[in-house]
Each structure stands twice: as structure tokens, then as C-alpha cells.
Design a binder for this molecule. Structure first.
Ligand code: PLP
Length: 354
């Protein structure tokens, strides 16, 4: 009789927030949808697709547009079906069974998830105060026996804290293992190593169109690395991993430099204003909220009433992320943030009776 193996028999499918949510601040997506001008270009491009044909396996057009936007060479770029696909690919192809992956939790939960699928050991390095990456601790763990790779997000999801490019360089230069630097939120900060990626033999930088670029729907991510690592990535990926519709839409979006810069600046200003509102909440209710200042598009908040607040907001159609001792709230539009804060204040008065 067939039985599911140990690795998968207790896994549960990804469980998104249920119900019709009016305000979605749980997944760190962009709060800005594409403008009509870009939508028109997208419609015209889709009209020209030969749907009977396979996609371009090299995703040439979208990789070039991505590379032009960031000022790097397209020869260092591999496109993926979201950066999630690239993480999975790296965990299966660049790691050998039984090797160790070094992470530093709290971090993006998919890193640990893939270690069990790929039959890897996982070592999690403690953060300073539980929040900030400890470069020295990562280096000493990275030098440990049988370590295949270090992976971390910078800025970090969920803490929103960033590690300076000097510290990241020091990590890459101090270890022999692969360093996977997940810059999913680096558009919101300014310490990227993208322009230096081809200098290092042991570095893969991941970027995504799902956050600042505002295109989570199309599933598009990128790996940026030196030529030999890029060749290996292209050799191990499935040939048609990025569909033609996504390639076309991504190519168009990345050609709109001005739009992307303007939108990114707006989102950063919304994150700052959300942080300020939460800081005010904290001064009124220091026992319930403690906001972490960061450099992404979301705010990480320590709260002993996170679960109750999550349920309360959920019943009003507002989704946030509950993470145990902390909650994580993505920056919304100006109106969304205003509504959210008044809902939280109402929660304090009616549920906590403060
Ligand atoms: C959202 C996120 C991703 C996922 O990006 P996709 O391209 O949508 O798969 C990767 N890494 C981190 C740290 C993220 O927060």
C-alpha cells in the first residue's frame, strides 16, 4: 500500500487569511495597483502573444528590462516563477542532502520549510535583542562543518531591520559557503549589493516583483549572480519556468523607471507614517504596543494582545499578520492606514477597555 513519505506526510497546504478582506495588510504586497497607462500597454502586448508557443526559456526581454532598471548586466540575471521558486531551486540543486543551511530566525519562513523537503540540516543563529542580524555569529556558523549555504533577507522579513552593505560584504568574504542574500525589500532601502553580485563566486542575490514593483499577481522573481553561478541556475531550472504573460508584463513594468521610483517613494512615506501612528499608539498604550523602526514596507510590532487584535481586525475585514509575540502590518494607502489605526484605537477602548 502506498504511503506518503516522512517529509511530506504531515505537511499542510499554505493557509491564506480567510474571508473577503476589505483591507489587506498581511502579505507585504504593494498597496498601489498598476496605473491605466501601463495597463493599456500590457493589454496590447498580451494581444500579440502566440499562445500556442512555449515561453522564451531565458526570459530575455524581462531579464534585460530588470537589468536596465537596476543598472546591472543581464548576463548575471535568471528569472524565476516568483523568488520562491528560486529559493526552492537553490535548496534542491545547490545543496547536497545532509548539508547544513544557516539561517537567523525570525526570518522568511520558507527558508526553514525547504530544508525539510531537501533533507538538509538547519542551524538558526540568534539575533541581537532578537531583532538585528549578528554578522559575526553568521560568519562563525557559516564556517562550521558541512555548511552548504547561509540565507537571510535584508531588510529582514519580519523584523524590518536592515544589515549594512559593509556587514553583508564582510559575511560573503569571510565564508567559503554560498551566501543567498534575499533583497525582496531592498527597493525600500539603499544598501543593495546588486551592482557587485558578479564580483563574488559564492553569492546569489534574490529580488522580486511582488513587493515594491507591485506585481505579486504575475509571480516573477530574479536571481543575480556571477556568470558561473548563473549558468548553473539556468541549467537546473525547469526550461519554461516563467510563462510568456508574466515575461511580457514584467518587461513592460520594469521599463517604467519613473513610475517605479515614484511608487516606491510613496510606499516608503506610507510606512513612515504608519510607524509614526503606531509609535503614538505606543505612547498612549505602552503596555500593549512596541513598534520596531525599520526600513521596509511594513512595521513589526511587539504586542501581548496580538491574537485578540488580529481576530478583532479580521472581523472588520482588515487583515494583518499575527506572529506570536509580534504582529506585522504592511503599509497601506493613506486611507487604509487611517482606517486601520482608528480600528486599533476602537479595539483598545471596547475590547481592552482602556
Ligand atoms: C515576499 C517575500 C519573498 C517572495 O517573493 P515572491 O517573488 O513573491 O516569491 C521572498 N523573500 C522574502 C523575504 C519575502 O518577504
Amino acid at each position: 500500500m502506498y504511503e506518503l513519505n516522512e517529509k511530506i506526510k504531515n505537511l499542510k497546504p499554505y493557509d491564506p487569511v480567510e474571508g473577503e478582506m476589505k483591507i489587506r495588510l498581511d502579505a507585504n504586497e504593494s498597496c498601489v495597483n498598476l496605473p491605466d497607462e501601463i495597463m493599456k500597454e500590457i493589454h496590447a502586448a498580451i494581444d500579440k502573444i502566440d499562445f500556442n508557443r512555449y515561453p522564451d526559456p531565458n526570459a530575455t526581454g524581462v531579464c534585460r528590462a530588470f537589468a536596465d532598471y537596476y543598472g546591472i548586466s543581464p548576463s548575471c540575471v535568471t528569472a524565476g516563477n516568483g523568488s520562491d521558486e528560486l529559493i526552492s531551486l537553490i535548496m534542491t540543486a545547490f545543496m547536497m542532502k545532509g548539508q547544513t543551511l544557516v539561517i537567523s530566525e525570525p526570518d522568511f519562513s520558507m527558508y526553514r520549510f525547504y530544508t525539510s523537503i531537501s533533507e538538509l540540516n538547519c542551524v538558526s543563529v540568534a539575533k541581537k535583542d532578537g531583532l538585528t542580524l549578528d554578522a559575526d555569529a553568521l560568519i562563525s556558523a557559516g564556517r562550521g562543518e558541512n555548511v552548504g549555504a547561509i540565507i537571510f533577507s535584508n531588510p529582514c522579513n519580519p523584523t524590518s531591520k536592515g544589515l549594512s552593505s559593509d556587514d553583508v560584504r564582510r559575511i560573503i568574504e569571510s565564508v567559503d559557503c554560498l551566501v543567498v542574500l534575499d533583497e525582496a525589500y531592498m527597493d525600500f532601502w539603499d544598501e543593495s549589493l546588486l551592482k557587485e553580485a558578479d564580483k563574488y563566486k559564492n553569492l546569489i542575490i534574490l529580488r522580486t516583483a511582488s513587493k515594491a514593483v507591485g506585481a505579486a499577481a504575475i509571480r516573477l522573481g530574479f536571481a543575480v549572480a556571477c556568470k558561473s553561478v548563473t549558468n548553473a541556475l539556468k541549467a537546473v531550472k525547469s526550461p519554461y519556468n516563467v510563462n510568456t504573460v508574466t515575461q511580457e508584463i514584467g518587461r513592460i513594468i520594469f521599463s517604467h523607471n519613473e513610475y517605479l521610483t515614484k511608487t516606491k517613494n510613496y510606499i516608503v512615506s506610507q510606512r513612515k507614517s504608519l510607524y509614526n501612528s503606531v509609535a503614538k499608539l505606543e505612547s498612549d498604550y505602552p503596555q500593549y504596543f512596541s513598534a520596531v523602526s525599520g526600513c521596509s514596507n511594513f512595521v513589526y510590532i511587539k504586542s501581548p494582545v496580538g491574537r485578540q487584535l488580529f481576530d478583532y481586525l479580521h472581523s472588520l475585514g482588515t487583515a494583518i499578520r499575527y506572529m506570536g509575540d509580534y504582529i506585522r502590518i504592511s503599509a497601506g494607502t493613506c486611507e487604509e492606514n487611517t482606517t486601520l489605526i482608528s480600528q486599533i484605537r476602537e479595539f483598545c477602548k471596547t475590547v481592552l477597555k482602556e
